[in-house]
Design a protein around this ligand. Sequence first.
Ligand code: ADP
Ligand code: MG
Length: 235
Amino acid sequence: MTLIELKGVEKIYQQGKIEVPALKGIDLTVETGEFTTIFGPSGSGKTTLLNMIGCLDKPTAGQITFDQRELGGISKKELALIRRYNIGFVFQSYNLIPVLTAFENVEFAVRLVNNRNDKERRQIVLNILAAVGLEGLENRRPNELSGGQKQRVAIARALVKEPKLILADEPTANLDSKTSIEILEIMVKMNQQLKTTFIFSTHDPQVMEYASRLIEIRDGEVSIDQKGEKAGVYS
Ligand code: ADP
Ligand code: MG
């Protein structure tokens, strides 16, 4: 089933009097369950594209359909609700709440979307933390965790609300290569177990190898779009 469809999506940023065209007519369909990477050099439009798909920003022209819903005419408030219930975000710099423990960071996310009782919620949070390999570290705050562990918390936080889609913008950019592989392996596992659709951006060839679909954008346009069992064309 189609989860996301972009038709002729353009984004022009206004920088003072200068117009910066960041996306120049993107046509793209993403099916439920895909594990897709968007790659390309810095400045090619990866973050802009993820922000459009993630309902964080609206295109200057073109259409985006998310889960059968055309996003063009809807209000900011409705966009925020679509985000809250359907999309999990993972960022390069983790974006955890520093005063909260790993457990509390994840619990905070699940509180926003369901009204389970305390005991059930606790179990859900513990289960997802264990699934990303953080058993025993639940009570640590972000500054007591390594980069890789922080990113595991961020993935758990994104997954705990059982979103249809996880968007990860250069999730391994601050990690060493061994840790990057571990993070990708967790994402692959979650994609396979929970059928969550993943789209992540990277410019690391080692990381893109894990994707089953490679989309390259250059200068705001799709230049390669290739599907495979495990693409690995750059290995
Ligand atoms: P990437 O994530 O691939 O590095 P971006 O999507 O961040 O690329 O940026 C694409 C282009 O849009 C770049 O030329 C960048 O300078 C420009 N850009 C991004 N965000 C803004 C903004 N808020 N205002 C103006 N220009 C921007
Ligand atoms: Mg970027």
